[in-house]
Design a protein around this ligand. Structure first.
Ligand SMILES: *Cc1c(COP(=O)(O)O)cnc(C)c1O
Length: 360
């Protein structure tokens, strides 16, 4: 059986070493030494000024919207995971969808301005599959219209643009460290900002708004994460280069074997580095997609229709809107299996089956 993804698990002894420390200190959560250490190491690894380790990526999004005091309408992409949109609604704001660019699969900056109204407060864009948004164009629009920018970088761990972390862009960026992501702490998330006042506010918010044991600085929630999660994050960080190298080899092999396959590939940001988080492929028709999925399934190979369907017409709490490009792409896209120990033989098999379906 080949799953679409598989969480990376480090050698158990390395995780156990951290457990001994946790047992000795008996400090289990509430920003203990491992969580603080993870924040330091991630700041270094990602080359960002500040970040906070939080419960998960969804809480990170909610905290970001709240910390920026966003009201009214937030412009966002319908081609993302549901948490991007649901966080906006959860925080009492209205998501306004803007269709994607068919090449980058990210929100199309050329369509943003016509969606701006007097009620618009921000743009929340996703770096889809880790591919950096057109951050320069989005920044220009945001400046002109006095909008805040949040980037959902759940897929974008380790990606750089112009030799700068992708998380350096926008007012706040978030990342998810969920077990299915490229780099994980089982459950976890990051909030990243360059603004120290905003960082302070977010840190208060993460801990119920407490400012010392008997005072409150902000309205808060519980966005903390545990020492056990931090330990997994710390150990996994030792393997990030190995994970990266393996994934690159796998992606290169897919590229080579599928070079004659009639499909559209996402076009990557010219100045952006790759993190090999996903291997999306847009085939010619939904019918062909179904044939592929069925044939692969018969061989116990599982792909994922990610993202399908478009968030613009599936959420019971939102009115449907037409987003022609997103709807078209989401019907024809799938992510092929990609994880650290997928073998090249398995990649070859997947590609052979795909080519056979197409040529039949
Ligand atoms: C995974 C994901 C999230 C949510 O992250 P969690 O850590 O699972 O809460 C948000 N946005 C995108 C694009 C994601 O893929």
């Amino acid at each position: 059986m080949i799953p679409v993804t598989k969480p990376f698990l480090p050698p158990q002894e390395e995780y156990n070493k951290h457990l001994q420390g946790i047992w000795k200190r008996q400090w289990l959560t509430n920003m203990g030494p491992l969580a603080s250490d993870l924040e330091m190491r991630l700041k270094n690894y990602l080359s960002v000024d500040h970040l906070l380790f939080v419960t998960n990526g969804t809480v990170a999004l909610q905290m970001a919207i709240r910390a920026l005091d966003l009201k009214g309408e937030i412009i966002t992409t319908p081609f993302s995971f549901v948490a991007t949109t649901s966080s906006i609604v959860w925080e009492g704001c209205k998501p306004v969808f803007v269709d994607i660019d068919k090449d980058s699969l990210n929100i199309d900056p050329n369509k943003i301005e016509s969606a701006i109204t007097e009620n618009t407060s921000a743009i929340l864009a996703t770096h889809v599959y880790g591919n950096p948004c057109d951050v320069a164009a989005i920044e220009k629009i945001a400046k002109k219209h006095h909008l805040k920018v949040i980037y959902d970088g759940a897929h974008a761990f380790g990606v750089q643009v112009n030799d700068k972390s992708i998380f350096d862009y926008g007012d706040i960026s978030i990342c998810s460290l969920h077990a299915t992501k490229l780099y994980h702490s089982i459950e976890g998330g990051l909030v990243i900002t360059k603004d120290t006042a905003l960082l302070k506010k977010l840190a208060f918010m993460r801990n119920f708004g407490f400012d010392g044991p008997e005072a409150f600085a902000e309205l808060g929630l519980n966005g903390k994460n545990s020492e056990f999660h931090a330990a997994m994050g710390l150990v996994n960080l030792n393997f990030i280069q190995e994970i990266h190298n393996n994934r690159k080899k796998i992606v290169d092999r897919y590229d080579e074997k599928l070079k004659d396959y009639k499909a559209i590939k996402q076009i990557w940001h010219k100045e952006g580095s790759q993190n090999y988080a996903y291997y999306p492929i847009v085939v010619e028709s939904e019918e062909l997609l179904h044939k592929c999925i069925d044939t692969l399934k018969l061989n116990e190979i599982f792909v994922r229709r990610y993202f399908y369907p478009s968030l613009s017409n599936i959420l019971p709490y939102l009115e449907s809107v037409e987003m022609p490009i997103t709807e078209d792409i989401s019907k024809r896209i799938m992510c092929l299996p990609l994880f650290h120990d997928l073998t090249l033989e398995e990649v070859d098999l997947i590609c052979r089956l795909m080519l056979r379906v197409q040529n039949n």
